[in-house]
Design a protein around this ligand. Structure first.
Ligand code: XIL
Length: 483
C-alpha cells in the first residue's frame, strides 16, 4: 500500500476486493430503512438533500433500452465517459468533432438531466497529433482545445473537470510528469482561466484519484487549491474519483478529507465512484461513501462510473449498483437507503422537496445470490526492480474490442537518464495512440522510449506512459533498457 508503484499498478489491475477485508476496514455500517416519505430513485433521493446523483454514460449505449431505461429512471446528472476527452473532440488539430458528446448532452437535456463535462486537459486519451508538440506549441494547442470545447458547450455544462489527474503517485505530493506539465507549472491555472473565459457559468473542477483520504497526493492538491483561491484563479470544485478496491479503500478520514477541501471554499463532488466487491460488504461501503458526502454541506453530488457491472471499465470487479441485466444490487438498496436517511449536518431546510412516493420501486430487490468475485483481469506484478537498470510493468484496462495500457517504468538502484520499454502485443492487437512516450511500431513487438521530460529518473523512482488500441492488450511483463 505504501509503495506507489504497487498502488498505481493495482489501480488498473482489476483487483477483486476481498469483501471481508473491506468490511473490516470500514467497520460495521448500519442499514437504514427507507421512511414512508422516502423517494424511490437515486436521483430523487439525492435531490431531496439538495444534491444530484449521476452516472457515466457511453453514447453508443443510449439505444440500449435497458440501459437508457435505468439511466432515465435513476440518474439526474450525466458524465460522458469518453466522448468529451481530447482524442474524441479534436482528433485532428483544430478540427473539432462533437457528434457523440452532443448526443449525450441532447439526451440529458431531453430527460431533465444535467451534464458534467469530462475532461478538458489530461495526460491520457490525447489525440495522436499532440504527441509531436511541446513547449509553446503544446500550451497553445491546450488553450485552443479548452476554448473550442468549452465554447461549444457554453451554458450546457453544470461543472467541467478542467484538469484531470495532474498529481503523481510518488507519495511526495508533487505534480505528475507529463507533456502538459513540461509546458510549465502554470499549465493548470492557465487551463482554468481559459475554461472560465469560454464558459463563465460552468463550475470548474480539478479531478483526481487516490485523493480520497488525507494523504500526500491529496495534500498536494489541497495546497494547489488553497493557492488558487488565494490568488483568484477561478476554481469552484474538486472531484474525488473514488475508484475503490482493496488497494484503494475508503479510509476513516474520507469525510474529513472532503471537509478540508470544502473549508477552502470549493464544492466537492464524488465523480467516478465504483467499489470492487459484492454483497453486503460492497453495499456497506457504498452507504459509507454516501453518508460521507451527505455529512459535508458542500458535497454537491455523487456520480457512479457506469450503470450495470457490465458497463464498468473494471467489469471484473462488479463495482456498480446494477447487475448485468440492469437489476438493482444490494449496493443499490444501501445507497438509496443512505440517501433517504439524509445528511446529518445538512438536513433539508424546508422538509422533503419531493412528494410522498406513492409508487413503489418498479424493480424488486435482487433475487439471486451475490456474485462470486471474479479473478483479477491482469496478472499481479511479478518482478522486483533490478539492481541498476530499470524495470517496467503494465496494467491493462480491457473492454470488448479495445484496451488502454498504462506502463510504469521504475529505475533500479541507480539513476537512469533515458529508457526504452519493449512490449509484446497479442496477435490482432493494434495501437492507435500513446502518451508520454515515443513509440515504434503498432503491432507485435513494439517499443517506447522516454520523451524529454520523463527520461531522467532517480534511483527507485518511477514514471508512467500509456497507449491505447484495438484488440487485446498486452499481458507479458515488458522489458526495460536504461541509458
Ligand atoms: C475510463 C473509461 O471508463 C474507459 O472507457 C476508458 O477506456 C479509459 O478511461 N479516470 C478518469 C476516467 O478520469 O476518464 C477514466 O475513464 C477512468 C479513470
Amino acid at each position: 500500500m505504501s509503495d506507489p508503484l504497487v498502488r498505481s499498478k493495482r489501480r488498473f489491475a482489476g483487483v477483486a476486493v476481498s469483501a471481508t477485508a473491506a468490511a473490516v476496514a470500514l467497520g460495521t455500517v448500519l442499514s437504514v430503512s427507507t421512511t414512508a416519505n422516502a423517494a424511490s430513485t437515486l436521483g430523487a433521493s439525492a435531490a431531496a438533500t439538495g444534491r444530484y446523483f449521476g452516472t457515466a454514460v457511453a453514447a453508443y449505449k443510449l439505444s440500449d433500452t435497458v440501459y437508457s431505461g435505468v439511466l432515465d429512471r435513476e440518474f439526474n446528472m450525466i458524465t460522458p465517459e469518453n466522448e468529451m476527452k481530447w482524442d474524441a473532440t479534436e482528433p485532428s488539430q483544430g478540427q473539432f468533432s462533437f457528434t457523440s458528446a452532443d448526443q449525450i448532452v441532447a439526451h440529458a437535456q431531453a430527460h431533465g438531466q444535467r451534464t458534467r463535462g469530462h475532461a478538458l486537459a489530461w495526460h491520457q486519451q490525447q489525440p495522436g497529433w499532440v504527441a509531436s508538440l511541446s513547449g509553446t506549441a503544446l500550451r497553445n494547442a491546450m488553450i485552443n482545445h479548452i476554448t473550442g470545447v468549452a465554447t461549444h458547450y457554453k451554458g450546457k455544462i453544470y461543472a467541467w473537470d478542467v484538469v484531470n489527474e495532474a498529481f503523481s503517485d510518488n507519495g511526495d505530493g508533487s505534480r505528475r510528469q507529463s507533456n502538459l506539465q513540461a509546458t510549465g507549472n502554470d499549465w493548470i491555472e492557465v487551463a482554468f482561466q481559459t475554461a472560465h473565459a469560454a464558459d463563465p457559468g460552468a463550475k470548474l473542477c480539478y479531478n483526481d484519484y487516490n485523493t480520497d483520504g488525507v494523504n500526500a497526493k491529496s495534500t498536494g492538491v489541497y495546497n494547489m487549491v488553497k493557492d488558487f483561491k488565494a490568488r483568484g484563479v477561478p476554481i469552484d470544485c474538486v472531484g474525488f474519483q473514488s475508484h475503490i478496491n482493496s488497494a484503494s479503500p475508503v479510509t476513516s478520514d474520507y469525510q474529513a478529507n472532503l471537509q478540508r477541501f470544502a473549508d477552502l471554499g470549493v464544492d466537492v463532488q464524488i465523480t467516478e465512484l465504483d467499489i470492487a466487491g459484492s454483497g453486503t460488504a460492497q453495499a456497506d461501503t457504498y452507504a459509507r461513501v454516501v453518508q460521507a458526502c451527505l455529512a459535508v454541506a458542500r458535497c454537491t453530488g455523487i456520480t457512479v462510473w457506469g450503470i450495470r457491472d457490465s458497463d464498468s471499465w473494471r467489469s471484473g470487479d462488479t463495482p456498480l449498483l446494477f447487475d448485468n441485466n440492469g437489476n438493482p444490487k444490494a449496493a443499490y438498496t444501501s445507497t438509496l437507503n443512505a440517501l433517504n436517511a439524509g445528511g446529518s449536518s445538512s438536513p433539508p431546510t424546508t422538509g422533503p422537496t419531493t412528494g410522498p412516493s406513492t409508487s413503489p420501486p418498479t424493480t424488486g430487490p435482487p433475487t439471486t445470490g451475490p456474485p462470486t468475485t471474479a479473478p483479477p483481469t491482469t496478472a499481479p506484478p511479478t518482478t522486483a526492480p533490478p539492481q541498476g537498470g530499470c524495470s517496467a510493468s503494465v496494467s491493462v484496462n480491457q473492454w470488448n474490442g479495445g484496451f488502454v495500457a498504462t506502463v510504469t517504468v521504475t529505475a533500479g538502484s541507480s539513476a537512469v537518464n533515458g529508457w526504452t520499454v519493449g512490449v509484446t502485443l497479442p496477435s490482432g492487437a493494434a495501437v492507435t495512440s500513446s502518451w508520454s512516450a515515443t513509440g515504434s511500431g503498432t503491432s507485435g513487438s513494439i517499443s517506447y522510449s522516454n520523451v524529454s521530460y520523463n527520461g531522467s529518473l532517480a534511483a527507485g523512482r518511477n514514471t508512467q506512459f500509456g497507449f491505447q488500441g484495438t484488440g487485446t492488450g498486452p499481458s507479458a511483463t515488458p522489458s526495460c533498457t536504461a541509458r
